[in-house]
Design a protein around this ligand. Structure first.
Ligand SMILES: Cc1cc2nc3c(=O)[nH]c(=O)nc-3n(C[C@H](O)[C@H](O)[C@H](O)COP(=O)(O)OP(=O)(O)OC[C@H]3O[C@@H](n4cnc5c(N)ncnc54)[C@H](O)[C@@H]3O)c2cc1C
Length: 464
């Protein structure tokens, strides 16, 4: 049996195919076969072009949330909307290929990375964090899983005082925005929205299937549809992925701000390659502080080029879980002690800013598997198979490259597990109700037929 330990020979045999693919993949997408979006100029403005202008709404960060908001707000032609995004418009061929555009470890991927401060909860270790840096934000590089999360998460927000954020309140918006290709409205899914998702499961690896089969031994039921709000909180589920009918990644830029829409909306300006450095906050006559605009610079290292834009109604921060609070801190809103330490004048002492980040830390457990059961084995172990997959995708938009890496997951609340790591068969129904904030799953098991610790090494060979 050949194992997932590649010999030098395997790597070498793939170099020429990889080099060819690389040369093509980063070029204008119209060079390649018929399964491509034709590249054409996306209407953006530079920082200098929007400087000193006024808008009703300024959205900071054109990522996952920012694209949706800019799209919805500009539906009203009377509202002038500015979206400011730090990264570029990324429209390379590779950015559309589901499997390989998910490799955020590649140096050319549109991401930026941070190293966290040492964290108490994990013995003082520091973790690396990543986020997308492009129009579309992290949906340009993420794992493509379309997940609404457990209903109990939203009900917990409602219980904490956010009245309009219960599952019942937010579900209609999920339905409005999604276009499910695999599930019907009759079973609670949206089919009229623009964010396309589907359940793609054509290239199931044997090893993943074996894992799925094992779950019944742990009393974990197999649930056939992800994002089913009536499912229990313990489930093994095939995942929906934001992949369209052509086999392309459907980022929020593609879904909510396609080129034609942006070209037609004269009230919407999209400024890319500009980094917002602070909010312009002033005190009104009523004594209240109000964000009246933003300060920004070109994201080219020239931070001494200072520009501003003014907000008639509001500034909306959508710069991600790390940069949004950072911008508040840079603008003088945050814990007084910390701001004074770093010599930022305090406009408002708000101790919660920059605190309580919640993220899902992944702990890879690696197992040796037969080469045929791993993505690396298919793409690197056999140049013939790799070439076939490449052509299958380029011509038909099908095959391994048209899929997300994670096709199934298990979710469960760890509090329910017994000493043998099983869900007891007599678990009361009330503890399996996913609507209840007490029952929110805190463990997700992802079956990944790829070595996630090896991506940096794999990357140059399959030109992620
Ligand atoms: C590797 C990875 C894989 C993931 N996989 C999945 C998955 O499969 N399914 C899932 O549901 N979630 C996944 N996630 C999480 C999910 O993608 C994010 O939670 C979500 O995209 C965050 O959306 P956002 O709008 O808050 O931020 P982002 O999408 O990150 O957008 C923030 C935007 O703000 C811009 N920006 C930042 N600073 C500035 C500034 N100063 N000025 C102007 N612009 C700025 C950034 O360039 C970026 O475009 C993944 C995350 C990562 C990192």
């Amino acid at each position: 049996m050949r194992y997932l330990q590649h010999s030098r020979e395997h790597w070498d045999r793939c170099v020429s195919l990889a080099s060819l693919t690389h040369a093509l993949a980063y070029q204008d997408s119209s060079l390649l076969g018929n399964n491509m979006r034709v590249f054409s100029h996306y209407p953006t403005k530079s920082a200098a072009e929007v400087n000193a202008n006024s808008y009703h709404h300024i959205v900071v960060g054109g990522g996952t949330a920012g694209c949706v908001l800019a799209s919805r707000l500009s539906e009203d032609p009377k509202q002038m909307v500015l979206l400011i995004e730090r990264g570029p418009v990324v429209d390379s061929w590779i950015s559309q290929v589901p499997l390989i555009s998910s490799n955020f470890q590649d140096q050319r991927a549109p991401v930026y990375k941070w190293q966290s401060a040492p964290m108490r909860g994990i013995g003082g270790k520091s973790l690396s964090l990543a986020a997308g840096k492009a129009l579309g934000g992290t949906t340009k590089v993420n794992g493509l899983i379309y997940s609404r999360s457990a209903p109990g998460e939203y009900n917990a927000w409602k219980d904490a005082g956010r009245k309009k954020w219960s599952w019942q309140d937010v579900e209609p918006f999920f339905k409005k925005s999604e276009h499910s290709l695999s599930h019907s409205q009759a079973i609670g899914r949206g089919t009229q929205g623009s964010w396309v998702n589907q359940n793609v499961q054509t290239e199931q690896f044997d090893i993943v299937q074996k894992n799925i089969d094992m779950t019944t031994r742990f009393n974990i039921p197999r649930v056939s549809m992800a994002n089913d709000s009536s499912s229990p909180n313990v489930a093994c589920t095939p995942q929906d992925a934001t992949i369209d009918s052509n086999g392309h990644r459907c980022s929020t830029e593609v879904a909510f701000l396609p080129k034609t829409l942006v070209s037609n909306r004269k009230n919407l300006s999209i400024c890319t390659g500009a980094i917002v450095t602070a909010l312009d906050i002033r005190q009104g006559e009523d004594g209240h502080l109000r964000a009246v605009g933003v300060c920004f610079s070109p994201d080219s290292g020239h931070l001494d080029h200072k520009y501003s834009a003014f907000a008639i109604r509001e500034v909306i921060l959508c710069a991600g879980a790390i940069v949004s609070p950072q911008l508040l801190l840079l603008s003088g809103i945050g814990p007084r002690e910390h701001l004074e330490q770093v010599q930022i004048p305090v406009l408002k002492n708000l101790p919660g800013v920059g605190q309580c980040l919640q993220d899902h830390i992944s702990v890879p457990l690696l197992y040796k598997v037969p080469l045929k059961d791993a993505v690396e084995g298919v793409l690197l172990g056999s140049p013939l198979r790799a070439a076939t997959e490449f052509l299958k995708y380029a011509i038909f938009g099908k095959g391994l490259l048209s899929q997300q890496v994670q096709q199934f997951n298990i979710t469960l609340p760890s509090a329910l597990l017994d000493e043998q790591s099983r869900i007891p068969s007599d678990t009361p129904e009330t503890q399996l109700d996913a609507q209840d904030p007490q029952n929110i799953p805190d463990i997700e098991v992802m079956f990944l037929p790829v070595n996630p610790t090896n991506l940096a090494r794999v990357a140059p060979f399959i030109v992620f």
